[in-house]
Design a binder for this molecule. Structure first.
Ligand SMILES: [Zn+2]
Length: 140
């Protein structure tokens, strides 16, 4: 499976029989999984959404949005618990207006699941932890 490095965005081919959580990037030697959501920007989005074969879960959020703040710990916990099945990324819609426009984000938080560049699922509004995990489990 091809996985983009969260540190340098370099692409790594990971043999399926190797434990993914212990894998390090061939380029920068940093771990391929950190257990934390990745900050996505116009610069690194394509590597993780299009080139990586790992499903990418994106939380479109903004600093002024209360429901985003309350959902943030759930999203972080999911990154700790559900890697390496998914990559978790956050897009700050105030800073990344181009990405927010590209995906037509009208309400936040919006959750989106990408598989190799395609949006396979979309959810407007935050979910409680259990519902979020259930939503994700369909796309593992
Ligand atoms: Zn790297």
């Amino acid at each position: 499976m091809v996985i983009a490095c969260p540190s340098c965005n370099g692409l790594n081919r990971l043999p399926t029989q190797k434990p993914a959580l212990e894998a390090r990037c061939g380029k920068c030697k940093q771990p391929l999984f950190s257990g934390e959501p990745l900050e996505l920007t116009a610069a690194n989005f394509s590597a993780h959404a299009n080139k990586s074969e790992l499903p990418l879960v994106v939380d479109f959020w903004a600093g002024w949005c209360g429901p985003c703040q309350s959902f943030a710990p759930v999203f972080s916990q999911a990154a700790r618990e559900l890697e390496p099945h998914f990559r978790f990324g956050k897009i700050n819609t105030e800073q990344q207006q181009q990405l927010a426009a590209q995906f037509n984000i009208r309400s936040i938080p919006t959750l989106m699941l990408f598989k190799q560049g395609k949006v396979v699922a979309q959810q407007a509004g935050a979910l409680p932890k259990q519902a979020f995990y259930q939503w994700l489990s369909q796309y593992k």
